[in-house]
Design a protein around this ligand. Structure first.
Ligand code: HEC
Ligand code: HEC
Ligand code: HEC
Ligand code: HEC
Ligand code: HEC
Ligand code: HEC
Length: 304
């Protein structure tokens, strides 16, 4: 048995070298040696809960209210960044807002072993994981501490909920709007209710009849008027202005006064304006109008 494995390892290694030579630079693809090492580590550390083939049917899984997800379901797994998986495996479920029944493996697995386990998990995915489409976690500046650890990576990347499913006012009104507690409860009355403390908080707000006091991130000053509706209707996608929200574990942004940029402009350095500054709005409006849009450039439309 052991001999067979060694032989297999050699063959895989040769194949890996050949394919590496052929694809010159395709280092992002899964390395079969990592996949094989990862498989053994997975069987030893993870299979008891996740099952031998990662389907969430391990012997210990039956006892959990929140079952381990099917790690072989490519529709759920392929859009999750490596760094998200690494964080969960090293630091446990709560590092990404998931249930603490997913334990941390920091003390048991080296960084390389974690990488190998991830390679194995990736190799299970159907539809297959495509390394060239992999995107990393976006670390947003000035992310505040929110009352509940709500993770856009889980909702918008893994479960692929549409932005406007939750921000439902965006195409109808001035504000995009945040989902009500009832909307969260629509799913979380059941999902995660029993063993995820972050989700238990939703139940607390619902019981007290209080809205969740989310900390606001994107904000223009009071004297400025920004309506979502004309932008969404003109086909400007959310990410143009907000960045890759679906890859943020906590939403954050550089907002407020932009003194450094203002000073650079003052001394004659033409810098590109940062998001939410007036120069940013006006730059895009000029650009859009050259393509036939009718975005306002007069003061009173944006200032009352
Ligand atoms: C004691 C049981 C247990 C063990 C052992 C365990 N897990 Fe988990 N794991 C869970 C549970 C339960 C969840 C679901 C948590 C949730 O969704 O809130 C989970 C979730 C995950 C997720 C997140 C999946 C997703 O859909 O976002 C990954 C990735 C993961 N586990 C990988 C591993 C790996 C790799 C190992 C071994 C190194 C491992 N787990 C060992 C119980 C376990
Ligand atoms: C359409 C269904 C749906 C809605 C609506 C929804 N969620 Fe979730 N949520 C999920 C699913 C599915 C998971 C993954 C469950 C798991 O693996 O533990 C999840 C996971 C979570 C988690 C744990 C992982 C994370 O994101 O940190 C939290 C906390 C959470 N949701 C909060 C919320 C809040 C707050 C709202 C309302 C603003 C909300 N959810 C609305 C389906 C939903
Ligand atoms: C399941 C519901 C849900 C989905 C789906 C969702 N969001 Fe959110 N979003 C929230 C909640 C709750 C908050 C408040 C907490 C926070 O800032 O993370 C939020 C915050 C935001 C913010 C910051 C608001 C502020 O305070 O300035 C932006 C921008 C945003 N979402 C954009 C998006 C985009 C773009 C998508 C699609 C890629 C999306 N959201 C998908 C629930 C959702
Ligand atoms: C043209 C740029 C632009 C686009 C496109 C855009 N936003 Fe915004 N968004 C902003 C600005 C600017 C603010 C701050 C507005 C304010 O303070 O009044 C904001 C605020 C928000 C907020 C917090 C306050 C609120 O309005 O509820 C959310 C949530 C949000 N946007 C979500 C979205 C989503 C989801 C989409 C896509 C459907 C989207 N935005 C598209 C520029 C944009
Ligand atoms: C990425 C490009 C882009 C950015 C950035 C942008 N806009 Fe716009 N804006 C547009 C487009 C496109 C339209 C719609 C033009 C049309 O309908 O033909 C528009 C329309 C508007 C309108 C007209 C509303 C109406 O009812 O006619 C206002 C007001 C406005 N924008 C304010 C702002 C403000 C304030 C900012 C900065 C905080 C901003 N925009 C940033 C592209 C942008
Ligand atoms: C497309 C929308 C838009 C138009 C058109 C526009 N502004 Fe603004 N303006 C803004 C936004 C957004 C801010 C807030 C930016 C910030 O705080 O960095 C702002 C800020 C300002 C400020 C305050 C600057 C500061 O540092 O506090 C002044 C003064 C101002 N605008 C004057 C004008 C005048 C005068 C015009 C017409 C020539 C004009 N604006 C046209 C969007 C616009």
């Amino acid at each position: 048995m052991a001999r067979w494995f060694t032989g297999g390892g050699c063959l895989l290694a040769v194949l890996a070298l050949l394919s590496a030579a052929f694809w010159a630079g395709a280092s992002a693809a899964l390395d079969p040696r990592d996949v094989q090492a990862g498989q053994a580590l997975f069987a030893r550390n993870c299979a008891v809960c996740h099952g031998e083939s990662g389907r969430g049917d391990g012997t210990s899984a039956a006892g959990f209210a929140t079952k381990p997800a099917d790690l072989a379901d490519g529709r759920l797994m392929n859009d999750l960044p490596d760094d998200f998986l690494r964080n969960i495996i090293e630091n446990g479920g709560p590092a990404e807002g998931l249930a603490p029944t997913m334990p941390p493996f920091r003390a048991l697995l080296s960084a390389m072993q974690v990488r190998q386990v991830i390679a194995y998990v990736r190799s299970l995915a159907r539809p297959p994981f495509r390394a060239e489409e992999h995107r990393s976690v976006a670390t947003a500046p000035h992310a505040p501490v929110q009352p509940i650890f709500f993770n856009h990576i889980v909702h918008a990347s893994s479960f692929q909920l549409a932005c406007q499913y939750c921000h439902a006012q965006a195409r109808r009104g001035t504000a995009a709007g945040l989902p009500s507690v009832e909307r969260c409860m629509g799913c979380h009355k059941i999902i995660g209710a029993q063993d995820n403390p972050e989700i238990a908080k939703i139940h607390e707000y619902a019981r007290r009849g209080e809205p969740i006091p989310w900390v606001r991130v994107f904000k223009v000053p009071e004297f400025t008027y920004f309506p979502h509706k004309p932008h969404v209707r003109a086909g400007v996608v959310c990410q143009t202005c907000h960045g890759p929200i679906e890859r943020m574990r906590v939403v954050g942004a550089e907002t407020g006064r932009t003194l450094r940029n203002d000073l650079m402009n003052l001394v004659g350095l033409r810098t590109s304006p940062p998001p939410l500054s007036m120069g940013w709005c006006v730059d895009c409006h000029r650009d859009q109008n050259r393509r036939g849009a009718q975005a306002p450039l007069d003061c009173v439309t944006c200032h009352h």
